[in-house]
Structure formats: structure tokens, C-alpha cells
Design a protein around this ligand. Structure first.
Ligand code: DP6
Length: 316
């Protein structure tokens, strides 16, 4: 057993064009392309060291994490990865719709690549992270990232500095979500009459959203992002069982943000598989967005974050 350890850090990302649903073949391959922004400040820090058997601790407590165990078994089919003690910490609530699995698998893939000297490129780490959780593929990169075929490795579209947007997160519940993204996606694919339409509409919107980002066209990005979010939630609601991730606070925030945009502010909303609302805005509008969201019924807390960098080894 070696005392030597490697520590990596990664941040969650928020999809503006959403991934929801998988292809019917191995590798955890999304059925849709996606485009995201990686956040700063919210951080997962993961340390790995050689051990006699695998163990996982989350925020200082030993846990059984079937997702990590399955990913490790999968990664070991292609790479020399010895038994590892894995310690991971999030400085934000886990499993509350803030994409802790994205930062978690991006940090883990980066720490293991460094520790076990796998010598992977950023694309290789992204593919490894994707096999753990597809949104994690995008957290390998900072700023604006895309994940699309044919290779399904994420790439950076634009750096965080190129368009320093802000994200104001309205927390409307800190309870873990009732149905995981993975189970929810399987329900939508199996039972929603809209699934095929969702896949083709998302593929169709991908190029337009990429162009809107490259042109820094906020109004167009707002339109495309809200459409992707609402279509995804429409899909979720149309399955059997129907999935409704929102609560009353979610809807209050959405209505308030639509009003603020009509009043001329640069802001739009997005919501993932949980009840939190993420308001994406330009820096001069962030204060007004925070004040508005704080005043909404059901909002428990507000977090304002900027766009951040990709996953990196910080020690080891
Ligand atoms: C709504 O990446 O968590 O956040 O690949 O099964 O781990 P798995 O799913 P996951 O799903 C993310 C869903 C989403 C949209 C997105 O991030 O694109």
C-alpha cells in the first residue's frame, strides 16, 4: 500500500440544451446532444490513494455508492486501476438538483487518471467520466461545453472569460430527489409518447444554440434554453409514472423571471431533475435577479455563482 495520494477538483455544470434519455447500446451514451456552462465556487474535491480494497467516503462518512462501484468496474475493463480509497467532498448540497454527480465523476476520473498514470487526454477523461454519468463528461471542461456524437467526448466551445455570465440558483428544497435522473430517463424513454420528438427537436436545436453562444446572443440563448428546459419537463410529465420535479416555489421563480425578462433584463431560467431554479443572467443584472428570487414564496436560499474552469489535479 502506498501513502501517496492524488487530489482533483471539478465543478458542477448546468445544461442549457438538456440531455435526457440514453441510446440503446452500452457506454452510457446520451440520446441527445447537450450544451452546458460549468460553474465556479461550487466544488467537488476528490482524493484517491492505493488501498487493499475499494472504499468510498463522502463528506467524511463511509458510503456504499453503487454508481461509483459500477463505474470503477466498467473503467477497469479498459484501464489498470488498482483498489482505491476514494474520499470525496462537496461544498454544496448533494443530490438536490445541483449536479453533484457531474462534478463527482469529473473529479474522480481526473484524480484516477493522474494517480494511476493513465495518460488520458481531456477527451479520454471526458469519455471516462461520461461512463459514470454523462453530464460529468462536460465538467471536464470549463466555460461552455458541448457533448455530442459521434465520439461522445465533451469539448470546450468557449472559455468562461469569453462571456462571463452569472447563475443565480434559487433553492426551493434541500431534500434528495425522489426519482434519480437515470431512472427518470428510463421511464421517459419507455413510456412517453413524446420521446422521439424530444430527441429530434434537441438534435435540431443544437447547432442554433452553439451559434447563439459563439455570437454571445443572449436573447437567442434565452429562447433556446427555456425551450429545451420546458420540453424536457414536458417529456418527464408525459411518462408513466409521470415525473414532476417542480414544487410551488419552482413555478413562482419561473413566472417571476419571465416577467423580469419582459421588463428588459438579460435573464432566463433553467431547471433540471429537481425543484431548484437556475437563473442565468449577465453580470449587471445579477443583483436584480437575486432580489427578485429571494422574494419568491418557497425560496429557502440563494446562491450566486460565476462560470468556472475544468477539472484539474490540484495535488499529487
Ligand atoms: C437533467 O448525467 O445525471 O441534468 O448519465 O444517468 O448519470 P446519468 O444522468 P445525468 O443526467 C443529467 C440530466 C440533466 C440534464 C443535463 O445535465 O444535461
Amino acid at each position: 500500500m502506498s501513502a501517496h495520494s492524488t487530489t482533483a477538483q471539478a465543478h458542477p455544470n448546468i445544461a442549457l440544451l438538456k440531455y435526457w434519455g440514453k441510446q440503446d447500446r452500452p457506454g452510457n451514451l446520451p440520446a441527445t446532444p447537450s450544451l452546458s456552462i460549468t460553474l465556479d465556487t461550487l466544488t467537488t474535491t476528490t482524493t484517491v490513494r492505493h488501498a487493499r480494497t475499494d472504499s468510498i467516503s463522502l463528506n467524511g462518512e463511509a458510503v456504499e455508492d453503487p454508481g461509483i462501484r459500477v463505474a470503477l468496474a466498467d473503467w477497469r475493463r479498459d484501464h489498470e486501476i488498482p483498489p482505491l480509497a476514494i474520499e470525496t467532498r462537496n461544498n454544496f448540497p448533494t443530490a438536490a438538483g445541483l449536479a453533484s454527480s457531474a462534478s463527482g465523476f469529473a473529479a474522480l476520473a481526473t484524480a484516477i487518471d493522474g494517480h494511476c498514470r493513465l495518460g488520458l487526454s481531456a477527451g479520454g477523461r471526458s469519455a471516462l467520466a461520461r461512463r459514470g454519468s454523462a453530464s460529468a463528461a462536460r465538467s471536464i471542461h470549463g466555460g461552455f461545453a458541448t457533448l455530442c456524437g459521434p465520439d461522445w467526448q465533451a469539448s470546450q466551445l468557449m472559455s468562461a472569460d469569453s462571456w462571463p455570465l452569472k447563475v443565480v440558483v434559487a433553492i426551493t428544497s434541500s431534500a434528495p430527489k425522489a426519482v434519480s435522473s437515470r431512472d427518470g430517463m428510463a421511464i421517459s424513454r419507455r413510456s412517453s409518447p413524446y420521446f422521439d420528438a424530444w430527441v429530434s427537436a434537441t438534435a435540431g436545436a443544437f447547432g442554433s444554440m452553439r451559434d447563439a453562444v459563439l455570437r454571445r446572443d443572449f436573447a437567442r440563448l434565452a429562447e433556446l434554453s427555456e425551450a429545451s428546459c420546458l420540453r424536457m419537463h414536458g417529456l418527464m410529465m408525459s411518462g408513466d409514472p409521470a415525473l414532476l420535479y417542480w414544487n410551488a416555489g419552482t413555478l413562482s421563480c419561473i413566472e417571476a423571471l419571465r416577467g423580469l425578462r419582459q421588463a428588459g433584463r438579460n435573464v432566463f431560467f433553467t431547471v433540471d431533475a429537481g425543484p431548484q431554479v437556475k437563473a442565468v443572467c449577465t453580470t449587471p443584472d445579477a443583483r436584480a435577479v437575486e432580489e427578485l428570487l429571494r422574494a419568491q414564496p418557497g425560496v429557502q436560499d440563494i446562491l450566486t455563482v460565476g462560470l468556472g474552469g475544468g477539472a484539474v489535479v490540484v495535488d499529487g
